[in-house]
Design a protein around this ligand. Structure first.
Ligand code: UD1
Length: 337
């Protein structure tokens, strides 16, 4: 089956393209390189030994989507394409609402029009905010969003629920990602942050590579065992494989109108200091330079997944641990020079 992957040159998208091919699917990528680079496509080609059909375009272009759906005989869509910088989303909310929700609406309209039944949507554990109970299940209440970015994920989920609720012939899964890190073990693809990374692991590997002087740990006085925030870090290849499992679930679902959401995490929480210690262990370098700084606005103290539903419902479990993910992230960083 041919699968359209929007944002397929991005971090999670590029790894999912590889996992799709390994599972026998035929991905077709659409990406405008707004937060990705052609080298991701070159990396995919090196891993697979062949190229993947690619369209450099915006995925809110309805005419182009119609054309691709027909020409490539698309049977399903994985919709990664979205902006994801929390700080920027607060400064430029309309840009975020237009892009993240506009493209989703266009995609849904064209899928209904063209009879393409299967959709996987990239959601985020950010929908839970600071949960009252840990680990979070899919029934944990969604909290008012802390950021415009977070709100685009919440509203995105509502759009999907309403689209299915009104009886449209679509089957949709929303995957609530926890914190994806790592890279393909070949080191041909990985994360390519633009400028100074916002996220922890790219900052760690860039610091270890000498590109940054030292890591600032955002807050050392949180009510956690070592005072730093706790997250559920998931290897990007495990996350990629969760998309394949979700797609298979959609294909196997007999109803023509279906929507569900799944947490995609390991179920394990690790603090920022544990990430640093684990990185020191796998890199074999002297201790990574870091300082404890002020808390970052909008950070939640701790969030990690209850993965029971995804384990049972999609037959998927994370196979790689934090060490594997940090080892692959470090191997990738070293190829960037
Ligand atoms: C962030 C977003 C989240 C989004 C995800 C997408 C916020 C509040 N959350 O997740 O909504 O889905 O990115 O990529 O921005 N840290 C440091 N020093 C650093 C960088 C991070 O100590 O230089 C800490 C953070 O305080 C946090 C942990 O590392 O405790 C993980 O941070 P990060 O990688 O940015 O992910 P999230 O904030 O969990």
């Amino acid at each position: 089956m041919h699968i359209l992957v929007t944002g397929g040159a991005g971090f999670i998208g590029s790894h999912t393209v590889v996992a799709l091919v390994e599972a026998g699917f035929k991905p077709v990528i659409i990406d405008n390189f707004s937060n990705s680079e052609p080298r991701a496509l070159e990396g995919i080609e090196k891993i697979l030994g062949h190229s993947v059909p690619f369209y450099q375009a915006n995925c809110d272009d309805a005419d182009l989507l119609r054309e691709i759906f027909e020409k490539e005989q698309i049977g399903g869509v994985i919709h990664f394409a979205a902006y994801k910088a929390v700080g920027e989303s607060m400064a430029e909310p309309l840009k975020y609402y237009r892009n993240n929700l506009g493209s989703l609406i266009t995609l849904l309209e064209v899928m209904v029009e063209k009879g393409v039944p299967n959709l996987i949507f990239s959601s985020s554990c950010t929908v839970y905010g600071q949960p009252d109970q840990l680990p979070v299940t899919e029934d944990t209440p969604v909290k008012p969003a802390e950021s415009v970015y977070g709100n685009t994920k919440q509203v995105g989920e509502e759009i999907l629920r309403d689209t299915i609720g009104s009886g449209n012939p679509l089957k949709i899964i929303g995957l609530r990602y926890f914190n994806p890190i790592g890279a393909h073990p070949s080191a041909h693809i990985g994360e390519l942050p633009l400028g100074v990374p916002n996220n922890l692991v790219p900052f760690v590997t860039q610091t270890a590579a000498g590109m940054r002087k030292s890591l600032t740990v955002f807050g050392g006085d949180y009510p956690t065992p070592d005072g730093t925030c706790i997250r559920d870090y998931i290897h990007v290849m495990d996350l990629a494989e969760a998309h394949v499992a979700a797609l298979q679930k959609l294909i196997d679902t007999p109803q023509s109108n279906y929507y569900d959401v799944f947490n995609v995490g390991t179920g394990q929480g690790n603090s920022v200091l544990e990430v640093i210690q684990t990185f020191d262990k796998i890199s074999g370098q002297e201790g990574l330079p870091y300082v404890i700084g002020a808390r970052r606005a909008g950070d939640v103290v701790a969030v990690y997944a209850d993965a029971t539903k995804v384990n049972a419902g999609l037959g998927w479990t994370a196979k790689r641990n934090l060490e594997d993910a940090l080892r692959d992230a470090w191997k990738w960083q070293k190829t960037l020079g």
